[in-house]
Design a protein around this ligand. Structure first.
Ligand SMILES: Nc1ncnc2c1ncn2[C@@H]1O[C@H](COP(=O)(O)OP(=O)(O)OP(=O)(O)O)[C@@H](O)[C@H]1O
Length: 573
């Protein structure tokens, strides 16, 4: 929470607290004036004193009202600005994360932290500025003012206030871990809900709706059970406080009544002390209302700090050279990588080199490490051993922005964004003209269907490209990637949704267009890669063969098995 408080601007906080103090002083002064009015005005029948004091009381009440309004306004501004800053920083930090950090925290948890957790912290700060300071001031101020009126009557408060305060602290400490559990369950609920919505078609196709619903229901019940438990504990506070304060009021009336009887106390004094008991009670009520926000807000602050303190494992070295060599070539030199928590390397001792104008193809069974290799090229993961060199320079010695400028990646999963075709294409080259975009679409065999869209380049792309078929999405992604002027073009299984004819047609046009760059193609189909200058055959993360199609047919058993399996399916022409 300290880190959250450090983010607040000093002046508005001081202003909010100052107005709060004015409000409390005004509120606390009223019972003393009431006692004075009863003892010296009403009992003695002094009308002018009653008018005079009445006017002062009205002015003080109005002052307290104005101060409360200003405090509320400033507190809301402070807390909303804090929330805005936190969301911005979480977004900025998370956008620097490498895949390792995303794997560690999880996308769903990041979303919960950026929404729910920020709101909890925001609420706590607002409550803190409005009530959390007010409550102890009412308590301490009320006891102090009551003591000034009657030391004997206020001994009742001196005994009960610490008891109730200790009960509140104890209950809050007990609730703290339960709030942590609640936040984690919300993370899981979000994860299952998100997965369920994204994969709704698969779930239906496999008839797994019931199992998925049960998985969700289990966490949902857990969340409800824990929330009910927390509320039952926190809910104890209010009745306990009410009971104690009622007993206190009875004690004050009894002791006060006896003192008035024996002529040792005036009636106004007892009325004043009872008014202070109401204010002390209000202080406790405020604490009760906000006490649940404290552990919840603190848990959320901890979760937010985890994201803000997380330094991306992949960052620019201080010695980052800003330039790459002029001669275009890509080299992997004995590269190995092991995913976090995995028992063995996903890829092991991978070495190859490809020059400008040449195509390297990577083939292998699922899970053999193809995507892992291509993710190393833009440094989405850093090598565990060995090195990756672009144009002769170790990519870790280059600023990431320079590297990303020179690498164009078409990921396995087509990523299109809500907007227009033009906006999506311009991600590849922000200043691309319509002619350039049409030329790229032509190369990717996408011009024809884009032409038929209402609005052409202004045609709408729905979220995730939902209004296009799998093959159309892949073609749009290819067009976007080749618009970018890069040294390396990486196609990670980007032709899989295309029919054989379109696949061959696009690859032929691409060969001419990308003649000044290195092309890396990952594919499952032999027909997609058989014309490549060099084919890398992967098996369980290791190289099982390197060569051209004809060479591998002779030398690689794994390659022959892949060909045989595809002949059986009739996939190889
Ligand atoms: N984020 C990850 N965390 C842990 N292990 C992973 C992760 N991503 C991949 N792996 C593991 O690394 C190995 C290689 O995976 P990779 O995705 O590179 O294979 P692939 O050849 O591209 O597979 P596919 O053809 O199915 O896409 C697999 O055993 C996989 O289970």
């Amino acid at each position: 929470m300290k880190e959250m408080i450090k983010r607040l601007s000093l002046f508005p906080v001081i202003a909010a607290i100052a107005f709060l103090l004015i409000q409390v002083i005004c509120d606390l002064y009223i019972p003393t004036l009431t006692a004075d009015m009863v003892n010296n005005g009403i009992v003695k029948g002094d009308t002018s004193y009653i008018w005079q004091l009445g006017l002062i009381m009205i002015l003080i009440s109005l002052g307290g009202f104005a101060a409360a309004l200003l405090n509320t306004n400033i507190s809301a501004r402070i807390s909303y600005k804090l929330g805005c800053g936190l969301r911005k920083d979480i977004y900025r930090n998370a956008s620097q994360f490498s895949n390792d950090e995303f794997d560690k925290i999880g996308t769903s948890s990041l979303i919960t932290r950026n929404t729910n957790d920020v709101t909890q912290v925001q609420n706590l700060i607002e409550m803190f500025l409005k009530f959390l300071i007010l409550a102890p001031l009412y308590l301490i101020g009320g006891v102090f003012m009551a003591y000034r009126l009657s030391p004997s009557l206020s001994t009742v408060f001196i005994i009960i206030v610490p008891i109730v305060a200790l009960a509140a602290i104890g209950i809050s400490m007990y609730a703290n871990p339960l709030y942590e559990k609640i936040q984690k369950t919300i993370d899981r609920l979000n994860l299952i809900f998100r997965e369920g919505l994204n994969g709704v078609k698969v779930i239906r196709a496999f008839g797994k709706e019931k199992q998925e619903f049960e998985r969700y229901e289990q966490d949902n019940n857990e969340y409800t059970k824990t929330s009910i438990r927390v509320n039952a504990i926190i809910g104890l506070l209010m009745p306990i406080m009410s009971l104690i304060m009622s007993l206190a009021t009875i004690a004050i009336t009894w002791i006060g009544g006896k003192s008035i009887d024996s002529g040792n106390m005036e009636i106004g004094t007892m009325m004043g002390v009872i008014s202070y008991s109401v204010q002390i009670m209000t202080g406790f009520m405020l604490i009760t209302n906000v006490i649940s926000s404290i552990p919840r807000g603190m848990t959320s602050a901890k979760r937010i700090n985890e994201v803000l303190d997380m330094t991306p494992s992949i960052c620019d070295a201080k010695s980052s050279k800003q330039t790459l060599g002029q001669e275009v070539f890509l080299t992997f030199d004995k590269v190995s990588y092991c995913y976090q928590g995995a028992e063995k390397n996903a890829i092991q001792d991978i070495s190859f080199s490809v020059r400008k104008g040449k195509t390297l193809a990577i083939i292998g069974s699922t899970g053999s490490g193809k995507s892992t290799i291509v993710n190393m090229i833009p440094r989405f993961y850093d090598v565990g051993g060995g090195k990756v060199l672009l144009n002769g320079t170790d990519i870790r010695d280059v600023a990431q922005s320079t590297l990303h400028d020179r690498v164009s990646l078409i990921p396995q999963k087509s990523a299109l964004f809500f907007g227009t075709i033009r906006e999506n294409m311009q991600l590849g080259k922000p200043a691309a003209t319509d002619e350039e975009i049409w030329a790229a679409l032509e190369t990717a065999d996408a011009a024809e269907f884009v032409n038929k869209l209402d609005g052409g380049l202004d045609g709408v792309v729905e979220k995730g490209g939902g209004n296009f078929s799998g093959g159309q999405k892949q073609r749009l992604c290819i067009a976007r990637a080749i618009l970018k002027n890069a040294d390396v073009y990486v196609f990670d299984d980007s032709f899989s949704a295309l029919d054989f004819k379109t696949d061959a047609k696009i690859r032929m046009v691409l060969k001419g267009r990308l003649k000044n760059a290195v092309t890396v193609i990952v594919a499952q189909r032999i027909s997609t890669i058989m014309e490549a200058d060099k084919i890398l055959v992967l098996n369980e993360g290791k190289i099982a063969g390197v060569g051209t199609h004809d060479e591998l047919k002779q030398s690689s058993e794994v390659y022959r098995e892949i060909i045989a399996s595809q002949f059986e399916k009739g996939e190889v022409a």
